[in-house]
Design a protein around this ligand. Structure first.
Ligand SMILES: NC(=O)c1ccc[n+]([C@@H]2O[C@H](COP(=O)([O-])OP(=O)(O)OC[C@H]3O[C@@H](n4cnc5c(N)ncnc54)[C@H](OP(=O)(O)O)[C@@H]3O)[C@@H](O)[C@H]2O)c1
Length: 334
């Protein structure tokens, strides 16, 4: 079959297109799906580069988010039939993440354990479904499962233009929050405005914590005035210090990653003086993905898709993410 395969860690040049990768072989309690859409995440950049402590078996077909049709049923599979449209929860209970520890979505076909399947509602397209799991699923867990945002909250989103970021903007708006979206270019800023962000900050040009303190007042230690209620920060690095300085007393910082660095300089005084809550979120569950597909079917959200590329051009899509040139999600349709 056709596939995009990682043979060794390094630059994106290590991703190679092939038209003779062996088809998956069906095994009990699994199905083979014809991949109709898969999407990239920043995680794929880390997988290609190699991450400390994670040994990726090579060659590896990357791609975590997968939607497609069942073409073959293994022994013992019940509740599904050939032709069913399914979204895959990429976390395999015994082996780990698809696209990292076992073959993922950048191929015509894919072997999936039956307990990873979620039936797709008719009104959800393969592209929409494939945009969801890692980015929107995690945004849903951060915001909805952990019940972190309420109507009227001032919510500042860093990296708002990315996969998780656009998901956070859409969900926070749906809950009635006042959203301040931060991004690094004028083009992204314009697109975030069009998405419904109430305020936008180009944080390459403007210090976002100073912007917050000028707009809402400096956070106060003796009362609950000033600052924002919530900052969503999966960037880390040098955004951490500024984040601590713009959250109101009793406010929340939501964290699910650290694209720019996981060991930033810390200042614990802010955490106790302002009674800050740092709330971590890791991945998502089937219930997050089902709820998101239901929201799409009901017309409440529409995941933001920047590019839809054929398998042959998949590596170009990941380059967009690595170069910070993406707005929302990049989808590949093998
Ligand atoms: N724990 C979990 O389960 C989980 C799940 C999903 C994602 N994550 C993590 O969350 C982060 C975002 O993931 P994603 O897939 O949404 O990524 P993405 O689509 O590439 O978006 C990340 C955004 O962050 C901004 N950014 C700020 N500093 C950056 C830097 N140094 N390098 C690259 N981008 C930078 C970029 O926007 P600007 O250029 O506008 O600043 C970019 O659009 C990643 O660290 C990822 O590993 C964790």
């Amino acid at each position: 079959m056709k596939a995009v395969v990682l043979n060794a860690h390094g630059s994106l040049d290590q991703l190679q297109w092939t038209d003779h990768f062996p088809d998956p072989v069906i095994i009990p309690n699994h199905v083979v799906i014809r991949v109709r859409a898969t999407s990239f995440n920043y995680h794929d950049v880390f997988t290609v580069r190699g991450m400390p402590g994670i040994k990726v078996p090579m060659p590896m077909i990357i791609g975590l988010d997968i939607a497609g049709e069942i073409v073959e049923l293994g022994e013992g599979v019940t509740g599904y039939k050939v032709g069913d449209r399914v979204l895959v929860n990429p976390l395999n209970k015994t082996k780990g993440l698809m696209g990292e520890m076992m073959h993922g979505g950048l191929a015509e076909k894919c072997l999936v354990a039956v307990d990873q399947l979620i039936l797709m509602p008719d009104k959800v397209s393969f592209e929409q479904a494939a945009a969801l799991p890692v980015a929107y699923g995690t945004a849903h867990r951060m915001i909805i499962t952990h019940n972190t945002i309420k109507k009227g909250d001032k919510v500042l989103v860093l990296g708002a233009s990315g996969g998780v970021g656009t998901g956070c903007v859409l969900l926070a708006k749906l809950l009635g929050a006042e959203v301040i979206a931060c991004a690094s270019s004028e083009d992204k800023i314009q697109r975030l405005k069009a998405l419904g962000a109430d305020h936008v900050i180009n944080y390459k040009e403007v210090d976002f914590s100073r912007w917050v303190n000028e707009k809402y007042g400096k956070p106060q230690r003796r009362n609950y005035e000033g600052g924002v209620d919530v900052v969503i920060n999966f960037t880390g690095g040098d955004t951490w210090g500024s984040t601590l300085r713009c959250v109101k007393r009793g406010g929340k910082i939501l964290v699910c990653g650290a694209t720019a660095g996981y060991d930033p300089k810390e200042d614990l005084r802010y955490i106790w003086s302002f009674e800050l809550q740092v709330i971590g979120s890791n991945s998502f569950y089937d219930e997050n993905l089902k709820a998101l597909m239901q929201m799409i079917a009901e017309g409440k959200i529409n995941p933001i898709i920047d590019e839809v590329l054929p398998l042959e051009k998949a590596a170009q899509g990941l380059k967009l993410i690595e170069d910070r040139e993406v707005f929302g999600k990049v989808i590949v349709t093998p």
